[in-house]
Design a protein around this ligand. Sequence first.
Ligand SMILES: NC(=O)c1ccc[n+]([C@@H]2O[C@H](COP(=O)([O-])OP(=O)(O)OC[C@H]3O[C@@H](n4cnc5c(N)ncnc54)[C@H](O)[C@@H]3O)[C@@H](O)[C@H]2O)c1
Length: 397
Amino acid sequence: VTPAGAERRVRVEPASAPAYDVRIGAGILRRLAGDLPELLGAAPGRVFVALDAGVPGAFSAPLLDGIRAGGAEVSCWTIDPTERVKSLETLGVLLEKIAASRLERREPVIAVGGGIVGDIAGYAAASYRRGVPVIQCPTTLLAAVDASVGGKTGVNLSIPGDAGGSDLLKNMAGAFHQPVAVVADVLAFASLPDRELRAGLAECVKHGTIAGDWGDPDLFAWTRRTAAAVLARDEAALIECVERNVGVKARVVAADERERSDTGGRALLNMGHTYAHAMETLDGVGASGPDGPLEPPLLHGEAVGLGLIAAAACSRAMGRVGDDDVASVRDAVNACGLPTAVSGLPGDDALVARMAHDKKASGGRLRLTLLRSLGRGELISGPPLEAVSAGWSAIRA
Ligand SMILES: NC(=O)c1ccc[n+]([C@@H]2O[C@H](COP(=O)([O-])OP(=O)(O)OC[C@H]3O[C@@H](n4cnc5c(N)ncnc54)[C@H](O)[C@@H]3O)[C@@H](O)[C@H]2O)c1
């Protein structure tokens, strides 16, 4: 059990940017104001805060008050995040708000919110004056264990779709921009809807499926055992969950910051994601959670949970793991309160075509992160289409 207010730190050491700490604890966000001079090398005159509209004012106010008390001028910009709002248009609005605040080169953008706010504020910080410091303060479990760490930032692009309307290309424009610090205050999760908390656990199961090669071979089993405590918002469980998952991500990022490794590295973090991306932006797909049918659209984490089962079944079809391993992944996803089957999917051909469009495809060849064994991942180029289809069959309702 962590003593009240104590803070854990996980160091991230990217190859091309200064090392930084992910600070994890309960009630630690308010301390960030006092640490800004140390983190930035000087007390900032101005600070730009990008705020997620879902975050209660009572959670962010002590940070804003603390920064003002330290003598800095604070400009705040709030957005209600959706994948459609995570756009170039919104980025443009944000950049001009930052410019209007007269933020200078060494002054920070602080993102307080889920992954959408973190990604878009991070991208704005990467491009404003060709780069100002960003501090990520994740307020969803998904952002704490994944999106806020590792420096990927970006927005979605929208292009005309084959069937009319527009297709959303997720994270298709962006930049690598490592934060100078990440502050993951687990008290943020008190207000997070249950459905969002479950979605965050999907990325923890994902980390568990590869963690055997990244210093935490027990993570998959631990996540399965501890999911109920995390969902009950047990403070110690939340802190350990964030710490262990960030530990895995930090080690992967240190080994392959820019996702250049052909043998795995950062691409391993895409386990389940090529399947997830192919289904999460489809209209008409449906799934159920522990409380009955889920209101569409599927959340990213829900699609990732399904994608993990599909990736395991695809690995099984290639003879890489056994039926019991697929069952274990399905069981872990289920224990997180996430859907394990999805209805309304189009035929396999259409789905495989969507997967090949995913930016993880290389030279038109589908590349999939699959299981080598449960707990170890591997990047596979050109998996047999029957195996890819077996993945889809495993999750069709
Ligand atoms: N950069 C990366 O490496 C990376 C990794 C994984 C995911 N992502 C991106 O992250 C995004 C998903 O992030 P997400 O799951 O955090 O979703 P999100 O940003 O959409 O937030 C989910 C919802 O929770 C609300 N919310 C946030 N914090 C809250 C709080 N404390 N209390 C109550 N409500 C709160 C938000 O307003 C939103 O409605 C996707 O766009 C994905 O592409 C990026």
